[in-house]
Design a protein around this ligand. Structure first.
Ligand code: CU
Length: 109
């Protein structure tokens, strides 16, 4: 019963999410992360399934945005952007492959 209830709840949540998405303006589904002084800002972002996240490198130093097995940007020079649309719920930990101490998290619900 617990599993059934959870599944029913999931369907209801999916319906609630999908309905507004079809009528929402595109920018309602977009979020931004900036790279500033070797930091992803904000370091953690909570978004809904279907959201597109755009990373912009505001440093004078190249960076990348990499989530193992999920997405990988090319090397981003100053003001370069990388976008990824999250179609599956979950926690996406990511980092800069050039400076692995730079980490961030996208939580998709
Ligand atoms: Cu970097």
């Amino acid at each position: 019963m617990k599993t059934l209830n959870r599944r029913d709840f999931g369907v209801a949540v999916a319906a609630a999410i999908l309905l507004p998405v079809t009528t929402a303006r595109a920018d309602d589904n977009a979020m931004e992360v900036h790279i500033d002084n070797f930091v992803f800002q904000p370091p953690e972002l909570k978004i809904k399934v279907g959201t597109t996240v755009t990373w912009t490198n505001r440093d004078d130093i190249p960076h990348t945005v990499v989530s193992a097995g999920k997405f990988r940007s090319k090397t981003l020079d100053t003001d370069d952007k990388f976008t990824f649309t999250f179609t599956d719920a979950g926690d996406y930990k990511y980092f800069c492959s050039l400076h692995p101490h730079m980490t961030g998290m996208i939580k998709v619900e």
